[in-house]
Every structure is written in C-alpha cells, then in structure tokens.
Ligand binder design. Structure first.
Ligand code: BG6
Length: 253
C-alpha cells in the first residue's frame, strides 16, 4: 500500500473507477507485458480480493488464461463451501491454462467442490446441440448458469485468435471488423461491440446481466485497449490490472 501511495497508483485507481465505471480498480506496480513476474502479482492481488469476497454457497465461474492461472497459488488453504466451474468449454488453450485445470486448483485452495466441462471448442452447431443433451454436460451447464461470481481474463483479439488456432478466414473477419479485445470466447471492437464469438458451451453473453459480481483480471501496457473495450461492453465490479496497463488506459479514456 505504501509503494502504491508513493507511485501515485491510488489516485489512478480512483480515476479509472470513474472513467470506466468500475466499482473497484486495483493496480499492482509494474508492467506484465515487459516483466512476466508481474502476472503473478495480478494473481496475488486477485487472491486477496477473492479471500475477502468469497462466501459459503457461492458458485464461481472462471475462464482460462495465463493470468487467471496464477490465482490459486497465491491463495492459502481455506475451508469454504463453494463450487468452482469453468465459464465455458475448452477454447483451444494449452492444458496448463485451460479453465478446467484452474477450476480444480482453485477449488482445492478455496474448499468445496468443482465441476468440469469437457467440451471442445468450435464445434458444429448440430454437434453442440447433441452435447447439450448429455446429462453430465447438462449438470455442469446448470451449475454454470447459477454462478454468482465470474472471474475472467482479457486478451488482445488477434493474439488470442492465433493462440487458439483460429482459421485464417476468422482472423481476417476479426481484422475487417476492428476486433481489439477478447474475453471468454467473445471478440470485441474498441467500443465494446461484439464482432465474433467462438462456438462453445457455458456462459453466454446474455447471461452476464444476471451475474451479481464480475471480476476482470488483466494487465500489461499492450492490453490497455482490450481492457477498455471489454469494460465498455459489460459491467465489471472489480478490475485488477497493473501499472503498465493503467497508464495506457488513462491516455485512452
Ligand atoms: C482465455 C480466457 O483463456 O484467456 C479469456 O477465456 C482471456 O477470457 C484470455 O482473454 C487471456 O489470457 P492471458 O494468458 O493473456 O491471461
């Protein structure tokens, strides 16, 4: 806290809360796009917020990504009775940073149970509809729909599309439509309008309104425009970011 005062970060947090309309902005010193260790600091800050926020009976839905993956190791073993679920089915991420993997690690730290969603991404619509009929998948989706806390990462649109092995035509579509941001499989242009989404199951855009608490965790000066676009798209209660992204965000807002 003292370091934050010294760096003037408290003041920037307040400015961003006002400008982005976010209840609580927390900024950690550093820039994760230049120093990978700072990503861990985002995880540490998120773990602190979670520890204070989580109550017995909560259902937490989380996305994958290398940022969200840093949260569990900063949590002590708690004895809560919560359920952790992935926000959506696999979105083409490496196993280590897949939502399912982080779900298990987070549930083991928080206490309680978890459900996984073993559904690949970008399925044909017909196949997806069939999958919806499977009892295990139905059960996991029902839990996801009841989530009262959503924790998601934010990515750069083109970087995420490439990381997920999207077809060149989809990448061209993103470029043509000015996509700058990605979150839970949805892609947004700079004002927050959705321009594309991956076919997967789980949380849909229309579900966001019903989720009482949404936390976004993303940092790095190179993600500032993506963070802004996602903040314009949907209500966020908490944004945990870093100094690099925050300084760029101030210029953009
Ligand atoms: C994905 C999430 O797994 O990770 C997205 O579904 C997010 O919501 C992305 O945009 C961010 O990844 P990273 O590695 O930059 O934290």
């Amino acid at each position: 806290e003292y370091v934050k005062e010294l760096l003037g970060l408290k003041h920037i947090e307040e400015q961003l809360e006002l400008k982005l309309g976010i209840g609580q902005v927390t900024i950690v010193p550093g820039d994760s796009s230049k120093d990978p260790l700072i990503k861990g600091e985002l995880g540490r800050a998120a773990a602190k917020v979670l520890q204070r926020m989580v109550n017995n009976g909560d259902i937490l839905a989380i996305t994958g990504g290398s940022t969200i993956a840093t949260i569990p190791k900063h949590l002590p073993k708690l004895n809560k009775n919560v359920m952790v679920v992935p926000g959506r089915g696999a979105l083409g991420e490496e196993v280590e940073i897949q939502a399912n993997t982080i779900v298990a690690a987070l549930a083991s730290q928080l206490g309680g149970s978890y459900k996984m969603l073993h559904v690949p991404d970008n399925l044909e619509l017909e196949t997806m509809e069939k999958l919806y009929e499977d009892p295990k998948i139905k059960d996991a989706i029902a839990a996801i729909k009841k989530a009262n806390i959503l924790i998601h990462g934010v990515g750069d649109a083109i970087q995420m599309a490439k990381r997920r092995g999207c077809e060149p035509e989809s990448i061209q579509h993103l470029l043509d439509n000015g996509a700058v941001a990605e979150a839970f499989g949805y892609y947004f242009e700079k004002e927050g309008k959705i321009v594309y989404h991956a076919n997967s199951v789980g949380i849909r855009f229309s579900d966001l309104q019903k989720i009482p608490v949404i936390l976004a965790i993303a940092g790095g000066s190179n993600k500032a425009r993506a963070i802004k676009a996602v903040a314009l798209n949907h209500r966020q209660h908490v944004l945990i970011t870093d100094e690099g992204a925050a300084l760029e965000l101030l210029k953009l807002c």
